[in-house]
Design a protein around this ligand. Structure first.
Ligand code: SF4
Ligand code: SF4
Length: 364
């Protein structure tokens, strides 16, 4: 079924309404998954749409909560991305803020305004000039904003004897382009990245960020066909390495809440591995009401943090208020970044860290 047919197959059963964080927070029917599908149909059929309809397409978090329960298996997030692409072709998108970020990706190789000269500042030692067919891909957030996540992950992989290489001139995976209306530019970037990886003999990519995971593992093949490169999130790699010998870890008593990042839990189905790793580190975990595949989005995804900051803060606050502990752990640097920001802004007294910070603490 093509995207138009998929959008038209909605039976309006309403199951997705309670799942959608944007609809829950705003109470606006226009901002529900059902209405987004109707707007997408209008766009695909070339009809006129209003400013508010554009907002509805743009304020979707791409969190996949709706599609994970949709009985018709409608790919809602993909339909939203295609609708954003239609908006862009009509000159109605992306938003001005998104355009600046896209410009940064094209000129500086990252979507967070980072200086490429400082991309490796997180690295705790000299750049390791080694070749491997496994690339450890840090991503924009890890390289520039959540440097602790990058450094602790690097140290954990090294300590566990994992063979990998880094790129000195790593760029952006392109997810922001793909998700925010510039699938045309994403396609070009995907091509360039794959050519680079192939020229270096890379057969496997290990990523720090679940957004990069979703992009490399699912969007690249969708656009380019099979890439011949396997993609894994670091949580799975560490789980496999430690599973052979969890006694390597010193148990440090602490009580934590684990937050499941949307692409990791709902797209890749990885929810148990991070919890077991944290248990091996001695942590006692308190579960949130909505966790694992049902986890609430941090509020930052799908470009919402950039264009609708208040909405993204409201959703992040709901999530943080669900956590029963002061310490929250996530396996996504973007969630860590945004949730700490929300905690500061809303004075919620939560401290959010990337999961390898805990692992490194137990390995030292
Ligand atoms: S769950 Fe699926 S079929 Fe039901 S209203 Fe939502 S999109 Fe339509
Ligand atoms: S992806 Fe998330 S924010 Fe977007 S319509 Fe579905 S549930 Fe709502």
């Amino acid at each position: 079924m093509n995207f138009l047919e998929q959008a038209k197959s909605c039976t309006e059963c309403g199951l997705c309404l309670e799942a959608c964080p944007v609809y829950q927070v705003t109470g606006e029917a226009l901002f529900s998954p059902i209405e987004r599908l109707k707007i997408a149909i209008d766009l695909f059929e070339g009809k006129e749409i209003s400013e508010q309809m554009i907002e509805s397409i743009n304020n979707c978090l791409a969190c996949m909560r709706c599609e994970s329960i949709c009985p018709e298996e409608i790919e809602l997030t993909e339909i939203v991305f295609q609708a954003r692409s239609e908006l862009s072709k009509k000159g109605l998108g992306p938003s001005e803020k998104q355009k600046r970020i896209i410009e940064g990706i094209l000129t500086m190789g990252n979507g967070v305004g980072g200086d490429p000269e400082k991309r490796l500042e997180w690295l705790p030692e000299e750049f390791p000039r080694r070749e491997s067919d496994t690339l450890f891909y840090i991503g924009c957030l890890g390289s520039y904003q959540e440097k602790d996540a990058a450094a602790s992950s690097y140290l954990v992989l090294k300590r566990l004897g994992f063979d990998f290489m880094l790129l000195e001139d790593e760029g952006c995976c392109g997810s922001i382009l793909y998700e925010n209306g510039r699938i045309d530019l994403a396609e070009e970037l995907f091509h360039r990245n794959i050519e680079k990886f192939n020229s270096l003999g890379i057969k496997r990519i290990v990523v720090l960020c679940p957004v990069c995971l979703k992009c490399f593992k699912y969007c690249y093949p969708k656009v380019l066909g099979s890439t011949g490169i396997s993609v894994q999130h670091i949580v799975g790699v560490i789980y496999d390495l430690l599973g052979q010998n969890p006694a390597l870890l010193n148990k440090v008593n602490r009580t934590l809440t684990y937050h499941d990042p949307c692409p990791l839990a709902r797209k890749a189905g990885i929810t148990e591995e991070p919890r077991r790793i944290l248990n091996w580190c001695g942590a006692e975990l308190k579960e949130m009401e909505e966790g694992r595949e049902d986890a609430l989005c941090c509020g930052a995804g799908g470009g919402v943090r950039v264009t609708y900051r208040d909405l993204s803060l409201e959703i992040a606050s709901r999530l943080l208020n669900m956590a029963k502990t002061e310490s929250v752990v996530s396996a996504c640097p973007f969630c860590v970044f945004h949730l700490n920001y929300a905690s500061r802004k809303r004075e919620l007294a939560k401290n959010v860290v990337y999961f390898t910070n805990i692992v490194w603490d137990s390995l030292k």
